[in-house]
Design a protein around this ligand. Structure first.
Ligand SMILES: NC(=O)CC[C@H](N)C(=O)O
Length: 366
């Protein structure tokens, strides 16, 4: 058996069972999602974080790559009450430290009370509590990870979907989940996945009908290039954003973003649409939020629990964003219609073309 220690910013060092060895550090967060562990673990937005599952048994329906949202596990380490042997094999294969046999109820309660905090983890046959503390001592704050985008983005322009499509979407990959690409491609458009630091000049070459800013890890303030694109293209072509995308769009159009206490991570966050009054259940994974939306954007949806901005819009400028994840994976499908709403801004009626069987998008022949 491997020894394991988790050192917390509040001074505690907790002993656990080691399942996959290694030493690492990161921001300790939790998700309340009870399924969808493959999707969560491969969601690039978890880069530089240590993910705690509040649901006690993780790995119980295996590990299948069809459900991955990217090519690798992104959290630096994973914590659960109990991991199955099959998921532990995956952690070992990817060199991601994992610990279990820990009181995750207590841990989640601490994060709720004290906020997301830094932690250090040491797992191995000869590790000590001091090894975990040494990792914690080297842990920097999330906003100091200024180059986080570089670690999660595509390095080159990749096109998905029909090469003959009428509508071309530029998806700025700040750490995009593959389900966002799938959701667009199944509506018959071509998706150009572009690096997070794409410049306005590079975007001119693609000549897109829609600019879409993806989800992504860390502080939205560290995605200045994407912000510049929004500043340059607002009013020229329609603009959409999901999660970090909403935050970047808000910052570009005069709004502010701020760090939340422990964020929203799970698959049952209630969101109210202010026009219709309708409430939907949503998938979420974020630690920052839009504070002041600024003069240009209107808040069109709010979180029922805490009133934070879940949707922003400016109908005249054709801008529409969501703080939650309409693409789901994991979680409820209530908000798939967001993609139809977004593509309507390009003049394409895609609602009738949608095939929700959701086969993985294929790369187009350029
Ligand atoms: N899923 C995301 O895009 C997360 C956005 C941002 N990194 C946050 O934590 O708020």
């Amino acid at each position: 058996m491997l020894d394991a220690y988790l050192a917390l910013e509040d001074g505690r060092v907790i002993e656990a069972r080691g399942r996959a060895p290694g030493r690492t550090r990161g921001e300790l967060v939790f998700t309340t999602a009870y399924t969808g562990y493959e999707e969560s673990l491969t969601d690039p937005s978890y880069e530089e974080q240590v993910l705690t599952f509040s649901y006690p048994l993780i790995g119980n329906y295996g590990v299948r790559s069809e459900r991955f949202e990217s090519e690798r596990i992104h959290p630096r380490a994973a914590i659960a009450r109990e991991f199955t042997d099959e998921i532990v094999e995956w952690f070992n294969h990817e060199d991601v430290p994992a610990i279990d046999h820990i009181d995750t109820r207590e841990l989640v309660t601490s994060i709720r009370e004290e906020g997301a905090m830094n932690c250090g983890i040491a797992v191995g046959s000869d590790v000590t509590p001091g090894d975990a503390t040494a990792e914690l001592d080297q842990c920097i704050s999330m906003s100091d990870h200024i180059d986080i985008g570089k670690r999660v983005t595509t390095v080159e322009h990749t096109t998905y979907g029909g090469a003959n499509a009428e509508v071309h979407v530029a998806l700025i990959d700040c750490g995009a989940k593959m389900s966002i690409v799938d959701s667009l491609v199944e509506r018959g458009v071509a998706v150009h996945v572009l690096p997070y630091d794409t410049t306005p000049e590079m975007l001119t070459e693609v000549d897109p009908d829609l600019l879409f800013i993806s989800n992504g890890p860390g502080d939205p303030a560290n995605f200045e290039a994407a912000q510049t694109l929004v500043e340059e293209y607002t009013g020229e072509i329609p603009i959409a954003g999901i999660c970090l995308g909403q935050q970047v769009v808000a910052r570009a159009l005069g709004g502010t973003t701020e760090k939340m206490n422990f964020g929203h991570r799970g698959v049952n966050q209630p969101v109210r649409d202010l026009d219709s009054g309708k409430v939907v259940m949503t998938t979420q994974n974020h630690g920052y939020t839009v504070g002041d939306p600024g003069e240009t954007l209107n808040v069109c949806q709010i979180n029922v629990n805490d009133g934070t901005a879940e949707g922003l819009t400016n109908r005249d400028l054709d801008v529409i964003t969501r703080q939650y994840h309409p693409e789901a994976h994991p979680g409820p499908h209530d908000s798939f219609g967001f993609f139809d709403e977004v593509l309507e801004m390009t003049g394409q009626d895609t609602a009738t073309e949608t095939d929700s069987s959701s086969d993985r998008a294929v790369i187009a022949d350029n």
